[in-house]
Design a protein around this ligand. Structure first.
Ligand SMILES: N[C@@H](CCC(=O)N[C@@H](CS)C(=O)NCC(=O)O)C(=O)O
Length: 250
């Protein structure tokens, strides 16, 4: 049997969660190797050993132990795995349907991803010292993106690109989902009813609860910001939950 794929990252990272969720959803066994974003330590994303794998120093990265193939960027990873394993349910083979998924995946980076920049990272990644003006700009970009999702992408379909869940939905949910009252509770999503309906549907998708253990553990951070110890424990408990799930699917 081939050695399982390695996923470098931490469960708290949004793009890491997107990749984790896809692999759990498709029952692809993997091993998670902890890499702390922003750290220069032995297990840090800015350590030379990790930078040799991913020069940008970001998580996630995957590595195939048998071929030594290494790949960074969550969306590139999700597309690669879908192509490799023929997962055409989540990444359709029809050119136009696939192009719509790609459309969202490209759109995501400077739009929906700002949920983390504007609302979550400032409370969790104090080391980044994200300026107030950047946070405000990111919140305004996020609001525009939520309007686009609510009035456009999700106006007539159950999921972002149609009536089946695709890579686009995994990528979007890990950003928007983290804001909900059941998790960090840092943004009012009630002005976006189609987004709220979609969030509820995404919660029913296999793997959701395991992947979001870290957020359930962290709880509401809207009033009191979590300590480093709380964040570490949330990641630890999430890893424990992940290991149990992986033992089930391996
Ligand atoms: N576009 C990248 C974004 C990855 C990213 O920003 N990851 C963060 C953690 S959520 C990171 O690794 N940051 C490194 C740092 O803070 O030095 C992807 O989707 O993989």
């Amino acid at each position: 049997m081939a050695n399982p794929l390695i996923l470098y990252g931490v469960p708290f990272s949004q793009p890491v969660r997107a990749v984790m969720w896809l692999m759990l959803y498709k029952h692809l066994p993997f091993e998670m190797v902890l890499i702390n974003p922003g750290s220069k330590g032995d297990t840090g994303s800015r350590n030379p050993a990790y930078l040799a794998k991913n020069p940008g120093g970001t998580i996630p990265t995957i590595e195939e132990p048998d071929t030594h193939f290494v790949l960074g960027e969550a969306h590139a990873i999700m597309c690669y795995l879908s192509n490799k394993h023929g997962w055409t349910d989540v990444y359709p083979s029809d050119h136009q349907s696939r192009a719509r998924v790609d459309w969202y995946l490209h759109y995501h980076h400077r739009n929906v991803r700002d949920a983390s920049v504007g609302l979550v990272a400032p409370r969790i990644r104090k080391d980044l010292n994200i300026p107030q003006a950047t946070q405000q700009a990111a919140q305004s970009t996020l609001t525009n993106a939520l309007n686009a999702l609510d009035r456009g992408w999700l106006a007539d379909t159950q999921f972002l690109t149609g009536n089946r869940v695709t890579l686009a939905d995994f990528a979007a949910y890990v950003e928007i989902g983290q804001l909900q009252p059941c998790f960090t509770n840092v943004f009012d999503l009630s002005p976006f009813p189609n987004v709220e309906r979609w969030l509820a549907d995404m919660q029913q998708i296999d793997g959701h609860d395991v992947v979001h253990t870290v957020l359930a553990e962290l709880g509401d951070i809207s009033v009191n910001e979590p300590t480093m110890e709380t964040i570490r424990n949330a990641n630890k408990n999430a890893l424990r939950a992940l290991k149990l799930k992986l033992a089930e699917i391996s």
